[in-house]
Structure formats: C-alpha cells, structure tokens
Design a binder for this molecule. Sequence first.
Ligand code: 2DE
Ligand code: MG
Ligand code: MG
Ligand code: MG
Ligand code: MG
Length: 312
Amino acid sequence: MLKGQIKEVEKIINEIVSGDESTINTASAHILSSGGKRIRPNFVLLSGGFGENNHQNLIKTAAALEIVHMASLVHDDYIDNSSKRRGTASIHEVWEGQTAVQTGHYLLAAALNLISVIDNPLFHEYFSSIILEVCYGEFEQLDDRFSQKVKFTDYLRRINRKTAVLIEASCKLGAMSTETDSEQLFHLGRFGHFMGMSYQIIDDILDYTSTEKVLGKPVGSDIRNGHITLPVMCAAQQDEYTQELLSQLSSKQSDDYFQLLIERVQQFGIEGATQISRHYADKAAFHLDQLPDCLERQQMEALLTKMTKRFY
Ligand code: 2DE
Ligand code: MG
Ligand code: MG
Ligand code: MG
Ligand code: MG
C-alpha cells in the first residue's frame, strides 16, 4: 500500500518537471530523478495512516516536502562547492551556478504551489516556518565558518534547524490532516526530531569515515569548509593536540594542516559522536513505542533502523 502511494508521489514529482524543454525542467529532472530514499514522503504517508486522511492532500504534502528538500540540496551543493550528489554530478557542475540558484527557486515555488489547495491556515503556517528554520540553520552555519567559538549547543541547534526540523515536519504534517489526537502528534514529532538529529550526526561522521568515491567529495570537506561538527568536538575533548590544531583553524591553512586535523578527528572523534548519534536514535525509538502498535508504526521502526545504520 505504501509502495502504491509512493508511486503517486513520484507521479506528482515528475509532473513538476515535465512540460517544455527548458533548462529548468532538465535541471530539475536531473536532481529529482537522481535516486534518493524518499524518506520524507514515506514519513508523511505513514503518519497520515494513523487516522482518516484526505488522500489527495496527503500525497501532495508528501511530494511538496520532498521537492523542498531537493531544492535545499541543489542550493546546498552550490554553497558547499560539492561536485557530486548521490554519485551523479550536481547541477552547478553540469550547468553552472546560476542554473543551480534558479532551479532551487523553481522547485521551492513549485512545492508551495502544490500545497496551495490545502484549506488549513495552521498547515501553511507550519510549512513555511519549516523553510524559515532551514534557512536560519544555513545562515548560522555560514556565520560560524572557521569560528573557534562554536559550542556543542550551537552545533545541536544548527543541525536541528538544517535537518531535523524537516524530518520532524514529515512525521507531523501527515497526521495534521487527520483526526490524530494531540498526544500522538507529539510523539510523532519527537520521533522525527530525534531521528533527524541522529541522521545528521551520522552524515557528519561519514564526512570523516567514508571514501571520496562514495561521498562524491573529498573526505573532511566539512572542516575544509570551516564547519566544526560533532566528530571534531568529540576529538577535541579526547585529545589535546586536536585542541591545539583547532586553535589555528583558518581558511588560509595549508593542505597538510587539514590532513593532520582530519586524521586526529578520525582517530579520536568517531566513537564519541557515534555514541551521541545512537543516543538520539534510542530516544526516537522510545517515542515510537508510545504510539499505537500498527502497520504504520512497524514501517516507521524499519525506516528508523535503516536511517540510523546507513553507511553512505
Ligand atoms: C545538508 O547539510 C543540509 C541542507 C540544508 C540546506 C539549506 C539551504 C537553505 P550537508 P551533505 C541551502 C534553504 C534553501 C531552500 C529551502 C531552497 O551536511 O553532506 O551540507 O549531504 O549535507 O551535502
Ligand atoms: Mg552539503
Ligand atoms: Mg551544507
Ligand atoms: Mg554533510
Ligand atoms: Mg548527505
């Protein structure tokens, strides 16, 4: 049943990029068909399954969230100067920067247009607030580049805004269009939040533990871009030499400097960060346990396991 609904979501997504042969369509199609796990649509559909839902609105919400996510990735790759996404060349690599900027704007507008038929002001208030949060998160990250003052709480706030808020929303927006009670809505939201936190921490760990071939960008790209993430903070807590290196962090540092720092993080920062990521995954599982035992909950459990055990 979920598979059938996902097909309907894919159909809507494809409609967004079909029409004339303009660059925007081709570029949008490039990112929209590049694979991806469709995590957000899956959670919208599953959370909508906890009560009677308006099917058309649910499918549109699922598609719109995925399209907003795609838009943010197109802009993210351009900002991060990442040449690959999911093993394929990113939009600014195939075309150029302007095309990436414009494609992101187009996708964002298309997503908003899709949900405009939903007659619920609270829904729209929440939906737009998510996009604002993602923007704030990216701004904070930009402001904090190469700053040595970034604290653990700054990091947590930033990953909540740039990643967890959207996953939390996908777990809540489906339920918001049903008669789901407020307690269920609370647990669905907390589940999404904690899962999103765990997911972004894993993303930040993979930046150190994966390979250039899998990541599509050099290992250690985050620190080279000036982003102090959890593995770096954990390494600094364990190792004085990491602290010393960090005190010299600047965009002007040499390749050798970054290589040395990356090696220290790989050696001292992974275990601690992995533990914290697991801690968030456990919290997510706790909130899932508070929901009624049904097929939707079981499917959410399976997705949680898949997401928090990914190696790419
Ligand atoms: C991924 O972080 C975070 C993406 C959020 C990007 C948001 C932007 C502003 P990563 P990876 C650019 C909002 C833009 C919109 C809504 C159009 O760690 O490692 O860079 O996968 O992810 O590149
Ligand atoms: Mg990125
Ligand atoms: Mg980024
Ligand atoms: Mg990353
Ligand atoms: Mg990623």
